[in-house]
Design a protein around this ligand. Sequence first.
Ligand SMILES: [Zn+2]
Ligand SMILES: [Zn+2]
Length: 180
Amino acid sequence: MSPAKGSETYERSELVAAGWATPAHHYKDLPMPHTAAHTAAHTAAHTAGCLCGAVRITIDAQPMAARMCWCRLCQYLGGGSATVNVCFPTEYVTTTGEVRWHDSVADSGNAMKRGFCPTCGTPLFSMAESRPHLTFIRAGALDDPSLIGPQAEIWTEAAPAWAHHDPDLPHYPAQIPPVA
Ligand SMILES: [Zn+2]
Ligand SMILES: [Zn+2]
């Protein structure tokens, strides 16, 4: 078995094989450049932000995947419950306002960066330093939290005893190993 990966990190090939993501060329084919000026001139595909409104996010791409994570670290971020993390290509994510980053090391040893609003504390971003091209946005920060639901639950072995797990979703005790 392959060594466990850090939470919230995915191989694109894994996502595509599972039907959760479109091939990379889909994003390269998008007509919208990701500069702030062009973002303002076009209707962003999706928007997000923090509770106090100091941080605003536009994403000119469709979500690649979403997962619910019960790892111990996510329980801190989620107020006791799991986090739901939606994956987007970083190059199409534009942010205004100050984001503070907290670095930590996942159980696997992967270095992770987690971004939040320093004014209201809303968790916004997660990113693996080894995969900076993928940005995970907390589903609760999306202006449309119904945009995409989780397609799997991961790290269920770390979940509290009272946790309820969706019987319709695949469950994994820890990180999902890569396909290849
Ligand atoms: Zn805020
Ligand atoms: Zn987690």
